[in-house]
Design a protein around this ligand. Structure first.
Ligand SMILES: *Cc1c(COP(=O)(O)O)cnc(C)c1O
Length: 366
């Protein structure tokens, strides 16, 4: 049996007619930028998330960057970011001219360790970006409390967490704003690049919209030195067709993760912990093993593709030598990058496929 790390085939087969209809609809209208598909999706996604405003943008990185800019974060400011996340979270901060300050995660949940936040706060700290990593919500209550105490803006990075819940409430509904990516591989993915910011703050939404549209509030009238980052009509139409399936997709992913959690039983492999307040959507199923590379090779030889999230932590990336953080300074992030192995997990993964992964892992020579 051959198991890919991810495939879109089952979902695209199910939505084949809808996606082709979406293409035809937009193509027939010949309006590709800022028209009714974009507004329809923004309205539907805001409603789905239970927040008043949604602004479609070009991708997840832009969603984060534009939200920070709209919060007036820039040179001289510091923004708290988890040390274990996709690099886009940090890049968004540096794009504004501010400095990312890395906070270690917890090894058990991979998410930011709330105990480590306060010691990283200085007089320059302006915001925190909790990332709901791998589809598991960050511990929001203590984060919101610290943010209130130190007057920090909160921008949730929801790129991996469409539909995840913390104490019953949807990720993305806690902060001043939340950034989503609709990169094809995310739980809700377009057929190309796309992203969005959601917020309960109307003035912030308006500013984000203007910043992503050449800084313009009315056509050819520019109030900011903005940029071009808009959700295009074709992607919006595809997303509009896919949104009604998101809950079903997440439910399916939860079923697969549940089978992994009960079925995988090997002394050299640890599985992600799920706090009782968390309802993850399993963007990534992150196992850990000191024998990670050996395990990955063994699975590959048995037809099972895996991945790593992320093989090099942010502070050790070439582009961030400027942060001046030496190897060994963020041991948890380094430990995760050395031991994490992401198992195959995709909508429509069959019972046989899941069982095959479980059985093969359990048979990993000890
Ligand atoms: C994917 C991702 C992003 C960036 O989204 P893009 O649409 O690829 O720009 C940001 N943060 C996290 C945690 C991500 O996983």
């Amino acid at each position: 049996m051959k198991i890919p790390f991810v495939t879109f085939a089952p979902l695209e087969k199910e939505l084949d007619v809808n996606l082709r209809a979406a293409f035809e609809r937009v193509y027939a209208r010949s309006r590709y930028i800022l028209d009714e598909e974009g507004s329809a999706f923004e309205e539907a996604f805001a409603k789905w998330c239970g927040v008043p405003y949604c602004v479609g943008v070009g991708n997840g990185l832009d969603a984060l960057t534009l939200a920070l800019s709209a919060m007036d974060i820039g040179p001289g400011d510091e923004v708290l970011v988890p040390s274990n996340t996709f690099i886009a979270t940090a890049l968004a901060v540096t794009y504004t001219g501010a400095t990312p300050v890395l906070v270690e995660p917890k090894l058990s949940t991979f998410n930011i360790d709330v105990e480590g936040i306060e010691e990283k706060i200085t007089s320059r700290t302006r915001a925190i970006i909790p990332v709901h990593l791998y589809g598991q919500p960050a511990d929001m209550d203590p984060i919101l409390k610290i943010a209130e105490q130190y007057n920090l803006r909160v921008l949730e990075d929801c790129a991996q967490a469409h539909g995840a819940r913390y104490k019953g409430r949807l990720a993305g509904s806690f902060g001043d704003a939340a950034a989503f990516s609709f990169y094809p591989g995310k739980n809700l993915g377009a057929l190309g690049d796309a992203g969005a910011v959601i917020t309960g703050n109307g003035a912030l939404a308006e500013k984000i919209r203007a910043l992503g549209n050449y800084g313009s509030d009315v056509k050819y009238h520019h109030i900011y030195q903005g940029r071009n980052s808009r959700l295009d009509e074709m992607q919006a139409a595809f997303l509009w067709e896919k949104l009604p399936l998101l809950s079903k997709v997440n439910e399916n992913r939860r079923g697969i993760a549940a089978r992994y959690l009960t079925g995988i039983n090997h002394p050299d492999i640890s599985l992600p912990a799920v706090p009782d307040w968390a309802e993850p959507v399993w963007h990534i199923f992150a196992a850990r093993s000191a024998r990670r590379d050996e395990l990955a090779t063994y699975l590959e030889e048995n037809g099972i593709q895996t991945s790593r999230h992320y093989p090099i932590p942010i502070h050790l990336q070439e582009c961030y030598t400027s942060l001046g953080i030496r190897k060994g300074a963020l041991p948890i992030a380094e430990e995760i990058s050395a031991t994490e192995l992401s198992l195959p997990l995709y909508y429509g993964m069959t019972r046989e496929e899941t069982d095959f992964v479980i059985e093969t892992i359990n048979a990993f020579p000890r």
